[in-house]
Design a protein around this ligand. Structure first.
Ligand SMILES: *Cc1c(COP(=O)(O)O)cnc(C)c1O
Length: 365
């Protein structure tokens, strides 16, 4: 068996330790005589797995007691509809901050459910920066302010937490799509009304959506909101109103335990800073490659980059594959290359990429 360095944006690489443990437990989980996929979601074994996963996530992110953690389905894209259906309540407007493809998609979907106001947009920069909070034009009484704090496609990450108290609007709940950087850096959950993300970037298998929601925001769903997507219904049922994605929750739980063994989120953040610095420093100094994102807003997780001579793109990608470095092609809307370096990517993988990039530049420079 040989494993490659996988730079996929998602579904993405998982820690090898986690995959090995899952393989060992595949046929017989802890003497249960069956694997996790075969268990009733209401049996004591699986309930223990789900409770431990939730408790570990709560500990890793220091989630305050007045927040509920929900294990849902439908991915972040379904949440684009589920959020306005749940949070608009008796208000008519919500505010959106547009920083790239994902927040734009969220905004467009939300318009099916109410009046959505663009509070700020980085479109004029080609979505290469995050508008400063002092320039956000919030409406008079929004139900929430929507943000995507790491734009996976453009590689733009908020260099600040969107704490509305700093602009005198602390009463408005902030919603954050953290799909592609949740657990990669320390955050203050109490600054948000709702945090959500698909699991397949930085947590586990596709099919699981994590929602962390402040309790006072429950119970406002529109009458037409599907019961399985009503946050209060899901919360009251302990995320088991319908059959949850049990195997994905189990793997997520193993990833949370792995994160704790790594020293938790602060330790991961330090590693992620070092990984990102290694790659960006090389890009900036190379003369051969470039990053086009505002240096203040460059994502630590998703690093789009370009060869200055784009006619070499195919040669770059095929040489990378031969060197065991895969999934480096940029998103079609951006072009060029993209290296996603989530928690599960060790610094050795980033170093292998930089070594390959150096050798390629020397050959073609
Ligand atoms: C991947 C991604 C999505 C889409 O997630 P799905 O699971 O496909 O619904 C949405 N937002 C961000 C920031 C993402 O990275």
């Amino acid at each position: 068996m040989s494993r490659v360095w996988n730079f996929s944006a998602g579904p993405a690489a998982l820690p090898e330790e986690v995959l090995r443990q899952a393989a060992e437990e595949m046929l017989d989980w802890h003497g249960a005589g069956m694997g996790v996929m075969e268990m009733s979601h209401r049996g004591k074994e699986f309930v223990a797995i789900a409770e431990a996963a939730e408790a570990d996530l709560r500990e890793l992110l220091a989630v305050p007691a007045n927040y509920r953690i929900l294990f849902m389905q439908g991915g972040a894209i379904a949440e684009n509809a589920i959020i306005p259906m749940n949070l608009l309540g008796d208000k008519v407007v919500a505010d959106y901050v547009l920083t790239g493809s994902w927040s734009v998609k969220s905004y467009k979907e939300a318009r099916k459910y109410g009046q959505m106001n663009v509070a700020a947009s980085a479109e004029a920069t080609g979505f290469t920066a995050v508008p400063a909070m002092c320039d956000w034009q919030l409406s008079a009484d929004p139900a929430y302010v929507f943000t995507c704090t790491n734009e996976t496609i453009g590689g733009v990450e908020y260099p600040f937490e969107p704490d509305l108290a700093q602009i005198g609007r602390g009463e408005v709940p902030v919603v954050a799509d953290m799909s592609s950087h949740i657990l990669s850096r320390v955050i203050d959950v109490s600054k948000y009304g709702l945090i959500f993300g698909g699991a397949q970037k930085n947590i586990g298998p596709a099919g699981l959506t994590i929602v962390i929601v402040r309790e006072d925001l429950l119970g406002r769903a529109m009458a037409l909101c599907p019961s399985a997507f009503d946050y209060r219904t899901v919360a009251e049922a302990g995320s088991m109103y319908n059959t949850p994605p049990t195997y994905a929750i189990y793997i997520a739980g193993l990833v949370f335990q792995w994160l704790k063994r790594q020293g938790g989120v602060a330790a991961m953040e330090a590693r992620n800073v070092a990984k990102a610095r290694l790659l960006y420093d090389y890009l900036d100094g190379s003369g051969f490659y470039e990053s086009r994102v505002d240096p203040a807003c460059r994502s630590r997780m998703n690093v789009p980059f370009f060869l200055k001579d784009e006619s070499l793109n195919d040669a770059f990608l095929s040489g990378a594959k031969e060197a065991g470095l895969v999934q480096l092609k940029g998103h079609k809307s951006v072009g060029g290359m993209r290296a996603s370096i989530y928690n599960a990517m060790p610094i050795e993988g980033v170093a292998a990429l930089v070594d390959y990039m150096k050798a390629f530049a020397a050959r073609h420079g």
